[in-house]
Design a binder for this molecule. Sequence first.
Ligand code: ATP
Ligand code: MG
Length: 393
Amino acid sequence: MGNCLDSRVKSLNPSTTRPSSLGTSTAGAASTFTTKLSSFSDSTYDNFNDSEGFSEGRILEAANLKVFTFAELKSATRNFKSDKVLGEGGFGTVYKGWLDEKTLTPTKSGIGIIVAVKKMKSESMQGLAEWQSEINFLGRLSHPNLVRLLGYCWEDKELLLVYEFMPKGSLENHLFRRGAAFEPLPWSLRMKILLGAARGLAFLHSSEKQVIYRDFKASNILLDSNYIPKLSDFGLAKQGPTGGDSHVTTRVMGTFGYAAPEYVATGHLYVKSDVYGFGVVLLEILSGLRALDSTRPSAQHNLVDWAKPFLSDRRKLSRLMDQRLEGQYPAKAALQAAQLTLRCLAGDPKSRPSMMEVVETLEQIEAKKGRSREGRAGNSSTIMKEQSNYHKH
Ligand SMILES: Nc1ncnc2c1ncn2[C@@H]1O[C@H](COP(=O)(O)OP(=O)(O)OP(=O)(O)O)[C@@H](O)[C@H]1O
Ligand SMILES: [Mg+2]
């Protein structure tokens, strides 16, 4: 579910990102589409098939996606019934659907495989761009930590995407929602999720033609039945710089609270801008607090600004740690994770670690877990009590 505090799709010049109508002429929309899709494919993926360095992942030459009819997806989701809604984001609603495993044709509830069907808001130009980007990037990337796109539908003004179903939902829900379905995540699971998500980002960054994900945040990290994290939502993904450039210049888009400061200030998007977003999620995982929350006292609205000083030593850190962990985490590992967070959140992108380094550091923290049992690591203080109130909105 889209974070109510997110200000998704923003721009230094807001007028440029206002969603506008797709127009009434389907033929017009269609021709624009085809041109964009094909030109994008040619320019973006020429020489993008070098699989060196992708021990776990693959870049496919052509997207291997099923083209669904609208009727098929309508039937799979029982006419987009409200009780089949899995979540809602800035550009569409995600429904649960049922398909035959082999033919991917609609089946009765409870038979076949469950899929997630994202139905884009049809009047949004940005939705159209995101739909295209998702197909061009996610349709061609394959990695254990990226969600699988199974196919898409484009019929009249209807744009839909069909993904593998992620039974445990988003990390955002687990960190911030309350209720029986959202038991607090134990420390070890938090680390496992971070490591998998870091591997997904490292895979994107390590290709010869790097992919900048641009929208790394807790709601875009989905969890399978074993809590294996997979990145979803490639709508804002961007090909990295070429020809020795350090960055690409783009209109500023993303989510407030997660977007890197240099990108927000200048529109210069670095591969390391993703590392900043990773640092924000790392901080959310440690603290159990949202990146942005206007229900907190004003000095604490922005988590990074407020929490950075708590990351430097063990005593201060214990006051920041998520109260829901009830002190059950290895203090040394937590401090190492906090130090990594600080490096990811460095103001200068060059000072941030690469995602490969992040993966290695998290692996080292993981490797130590066998040697040090999770235990009590300092008591929560007044701050923690205050934080618990913030969770209630
Ligand atoms: N493949 C999936 N399996 C299960 N649930 C999913 C899947 N994809 C999305 N969801 C659920 O639907 C919600 C909405 O997803 P969506 O990507 O549209 O928006 P968002 O990430 O919450 O916000 P934004 O539009 O800002 O990216 C997710 O947060 C998640 O709970
Ligand atoms: Mg999303």
